[in-house]
Write a protein that binds this ligand. Structure first.
Ligand code: CA
Ligand code: CA
Length: 289
């Protein structure tokens, strides 16, 4: 038989021993992730990198690294960093977040991104338009909307990629326009005049000198969001090429329409040298009487 008094003492003993006992150590690392941008994203301009962490006892800080250089620290469960990607080369980069909990356990998350900013203008700037001297050809065109109408200097005529369905399935899902400049030019810019509705949701600009190997000059472009017709998209490009291809990976609607393509070469380099001036008479140091 246990008396009420012993029960109370037992209760208090247990209560205080539990209360006084040291907390077990926190061996559980936090969890961290980069929520923006997504892994393998192609990014440009200013990107607000976001990292979030959680922990069983509490997060003390979250750090953001770009290519292993610390860029921002958040003294809570999140951190953000506005990264101006235009100051970084167009290439693959790694983004890393390291979270530290209140017991100094750490965890990290890493993703890969590709920076792809518009190529800055070349020193000579954009020069004159390059004639498309020989031919323009395309993937299949709709009747009377041939590729030649994309280079006829008329902004109301257009090329239209062919569209048809076979038992409800689209038979054409990509299209291209190939322009032959007649000889290689040092190129600066391409302007594509799309239809504002029948444009391209995804297209690339490619260059070649042998008509076989095509270099990507710009990728993941989109003509979506145009408000006027034709919907002009200008892209700065670099390199010396004879052939240019506009490759349409995905149309906005059923087929693409291009009113005109204009290609520009690099202009003359800027004149940075001042004129020279010389006093021919009297001579330097000459005594004048
Ligand atoms: Ca922990
Ligand atoms: Ca035209």
């Amino acid at each position: 038989m246990i008396s009420p008094k012993s029960t109370l003492i037992l209760f208090l003993t247990v209560f205080f021993s539990l209360g006084m006992a040291p907390k077990p150590p926190d061996n559980i690392a936090p969890q961290v992730s980069i929520t923006v941008p997504s892994n393998n994203a192609t990014i440009s301009g200013i990107v607000n990198i976001q990292a979030q962490a959680t922990d069983n006892r509490g997060v003390s800080k979250v750090e953001i690294y770009v290519d292993n250089a610390l860029k921002a620290t958040g003294y809570a469960a999140s951190a953000s960093y506005a990264w101006d990607t235009s100051a970084s080369p167009n290439a693959a980069h790694t983004l890393k977040a390291i979270a530290t909990d209140k017991s100094n356990n750490t965890a990290q998350a890493q993703i890969n991104v590709t920076v792809n900013n518009a190529v800055p203008p070349t020193p000579g700037g954009v020069g004159g338009q390059v004639p498309v001297s020989l031919s323009v050809v395309s993937s299949f065109s709709n009747i009377n909307k041939s590729a030649a109408q994309a280079i006829d200097n008329n902004l109301s005529t257009y090329w239209q990629g062919q569209y048809s369905t076979f038992f409800g399935r689209k038979t054409f899902t990509s299209w291209w326009l190939r322009l032959d400049l007649g000889k290689p030019y040092d190129l600066a810019k391409i302007s594509i005049f799309w239809d504002k509705a029948y444009g391209a949701a995804n297209y690339s600009i490619q260059g070649s000198n042998d008509y076989t190997t095509w270099a990507n000059l710009q990728t993941n472009l989109s003509s979506a969001g145009g408000s006027t017709n034709p919907n002009q998209k200008d892209h700065l490009i670099t390199g010396t090429y004879q052939h240019i291809r506009v490759f349409i990976n995905k149309a906005q609607l059923l087929y693409p329409r291009v009113y005109e393509v204009k290609i520009y070469r690099v202009g003359a380099p800027p004149d940075t040298q001042g004129p020279t001036l010389e006093i021919t008479s009297p001579k330097d140091g000459e005594v004048i009487r």
